[in-house]
Design a protein around this ligand. Structure first.
Ligand code: FE
Length: 286
């Protein structure tokens, strides 16, 4: 079968929201305009040089039924949980946390000023694994392979494959691709994405075009825009004179019912209410 470019399905601007104890975020999945992009439930970008936008952080809160993926560009977060785990998320590192049946944790900025910049993505778990034991993959920046192409394009492979390079995040049921792609001014790159997987790009620096082909123009995109793609085998990106940097993320959709309430994402309303009531009663982790 011939390889097919993926067309753009929708381009949406991230929305300003506040979450945690008052952290200002830009949300592009998990909004009124885009509730989810199966299996992705939420995408937040946090970026500020102003401490008042982030200093209150995300004090103790629960999660159940999905995975949270934190990828840092600048600044650092400190993480602690009810199991006694403690870690620092430094620039360029990723934490892939499978909350499973339950985690109670805090995510607090480890700085009182300066730029804090990164992303949190929520990836759903299939019904069979919503109550699995929680686990972490904490991956240091140096452990993330970087592909430097001859034309100056740089691809950090966090999960999935680019060419012969495989990312360090492993054994995730939805078989994700998570790339951080920097394309220099005027250059173009083609990125293979598994057919049948849901895929999106989130531009966070520069501008350019996404979703075109050698025959067709792509759609113009810039920082803070989320682009979701129709099915196909590859995505094309062309950088403007200011260059282009984006996350390219894809995974196997689950096709299961989604019942969500804040930090709990299950398949039925009853399961979500149970999680909420257990948390209130102090039996969430029992
Ligand atoms: Fe959290």
């Amino acid at each position: 079968m011939l390889s097919e470019y993926r067309d753009i399905e929708v381009v949406l601007p991230a929305q300003p929201v506040s979450d945690g104890a008052g952290v200002r975020l830009k949300r592009s999945i998990g909004t009124e305009a885009l509730d989810h992009l199966d299996p992705f439930l939420l995408l937040d970008e946090f970026k500020s040089e102003s401490a008042s936008d982030y200093i209150r952080g995300f004090p103790n809160h629960p999660h159940r039924g999905f995975e949270t993926v934190t990828y840092m560009i600048a600044g650092s977060f400190e993480h602690r949980d009810h199991l006694g785990n403690h870690g620092i998320l430094e620039p360029g590192s990723v934490q892939w946390m499978t909350a499973g049946r339950g985690i109670v944790h805090s995510e607090m900025p480890r700085q009182e000023d300066g730029l804090l910049w990164g992303f949190q993505l929520w990836v759903n778990l299939p019904a069979s694994d919503k109550l699995c034991a929680p686990r972490y993959q904490d991956i240091a920046a140096a452990a993330i392979p970087v592909v430097n192409r001859e034309d100056g394009t740089v691809v950090r492979v966090i999960a999935g494959r680019y060419g012969r390079v495989t990312g360090p995040v492993t054994k995730i049921l939805t078989d994700p691709l998570y790339l951080d792609v920097t394309v220099p001014a005027g250059k173009a790159v083609e990125l293979p994405v598994a057919r049948g997987h849901s895929a999106f790009a989130y531009v966070f620096d520069g501008a350019g075009e996404l979703g075109g082909s050698h025959k067709r123009q792509g759609m113009p995109v810039g920082s803070g825009l989320l682009t979701s793609f129709a099915d196909g085998d590859r995505v094309q990106a062309v950088a403007s004179p200011s260059g282009l940097r984006f996350l390219l993320v894809a995974a196997q959709p689950l096709g299961e019912p989604i019942a969500r309430f804040g930090p709990f994402v299950m398949n039925t309303r009853e399961e979500v209410i149970a999680a909420y009531e257990q948390y209130r009663a102090g039996t969430f982790l029992a």
